[in-house]
Write a protein that binds this ligand. Structure first.
Ligand SMILES: Nc1ncnc2c1ncn2[C@@H]1O[C@H](COP(=O)(O)OP(=O)(O)OP(=O)(O)O)[C@@H](O)[C@H]1O
Ligand SMILES: [Mg+2]
Length: 299
């Protein structure tokens, strides 16, 4: 097990952003991404960390960047501490395995969501549309017989706007074109679908359904590039094939033990969240490690 890291405190470089999970430092032309062991459930960060989670997230992204490099360029510079600026090497124990240096890209301001299966907000919206007598959501026509968690007849690209206040909204492809331009919108759509297809086909052979996922893109010296984290349980819905049943919500690979426990406590889903018991923390940690082992073959 690696050392538990809830927050980092690197004094030599400015902290650019502290998200729910990652601490990001500005190194000039590059960024240092550190995936902490923080975990959120129902959009609230939990008081406890999950051992190995940050390392798993980082190792998965690294695995996918390499696996997908023939489909699209990515922002990775290095994840080897010995190649980091000298001033960062004193933080080796906090950074090793859980961090990477990436090129600062010109971000495309859209979240590129790909859905292979119907779940989450899209399923809720379809249920609501059906109550109103329609099978159309955001301009997409769904089969009248489609059930919750079922594989979609065609993989969907459903972008959303990227608002820094965290309230992203679904936008149509046409709206995306007006925001980012026709050429960039087409690249986002085509690369998102190609990357998802290659990754989802592979994951299925390893016992994991990637139901949906979110990508971000940018331009690196004018080259269209995959940025942010990719295809981790934090940016995607991973479902174990062995537990998959159409017609109901699926248990999530990673957060299910936490969500189940929180539901039992009757917590109102507003901060602060209750402290998670050790067995819940360890069950979640085990699931992250299991997902990584299945996908990458690495422990
Ligand atoms: N190579 C890159 N160049 C520039 N910006 C990037 C790059 N890769 C990722 N980003 C941006 O860095 C930010 C990472 O923030 P992070 O995901 O940690 O927090 P968040 O998205 O604000 O919140 P959440 O914790 O909900 O994800 C995102 O806004 C993302 O678009
Ligand atoms: Mg994010």
């Amino acid at each position: 097990m690696s050392e538990l890291v809830l927050t980092t405190d690197i004094k030599e470089y400015p902290l650019m952003r502290r998200g729910k999970v990652r601490d990001i430092y500005d190194l000039g032309d590059t960024l240092l991404f550190v995936a902490s062991d923080r975990i959120s459930a129902f959009d609230v960060v939990m008081p406890n960390g999950i051992p190995d989670k940050g390392r798993v997230l980082t190792q998965m992204s690294l695995f996918w960047f390499d696996f997908l490099k023939d489909v699209v360029a990515n922002h990775l510079v290095t994840a080897k501490i010995d190649e980091y600026p000298v001033k960062l090497r004193q933080y080796r124990s906090a950074l090793e395995g859980r961090s990477m240096i990436v090129v600062k890209a010109e971000r495309v301001d859209a979240e590129c969501i790909v859905r292979g299966y119907i779940s989450g907000s899209m399923w809720k919206e379809l249920v609501a549309a059906r109550k109103a007598g329609s099978n159309t959501v955001h301009g997409f026509d769904f089969p009248a017989t489609l059930q919750e968690s079922e594989k979609l007849p065609h993989t969907l690209f459903t972008p959303s706007s990227k608002n820094d206040d965290g309230h992203d909204e679904n936008i149509s492809y046409e709206q995306m074109v007006t925001i980012v331009g026709a050429e960039t919108a087409a690249l986002c759509r085509d690369k998102s679908l190609a990357v998802y297809q290659k990754a989802a086909d592979y994951a299925l052979t390893k016992g994991i359904i990637i139901a949906d996922t979110k990508f971000e893109f940018g331009y690196k010296n004018g080259v269209f590039t995959l940025i942010d984290e990719v295809l981790s349980p934090d940016s995607s819905r991973f479902w174990p094939v062995s537990e998959y049943r159409v017609g109901k919500g699926q248990s999530s690979f990673d957060k299910q033990p936490i969500r189940d426990w929180l539901e039992l406590t009757g917590w109102n889903k507003k901060p602060p969240a209750p402290v998670l018991p050790d067995e819940v923390v360890m069950a979640s940690s085990k699931r992250y490690l299991e997902a990584m082992r299945l996908l990458t073959g690495r422990g």
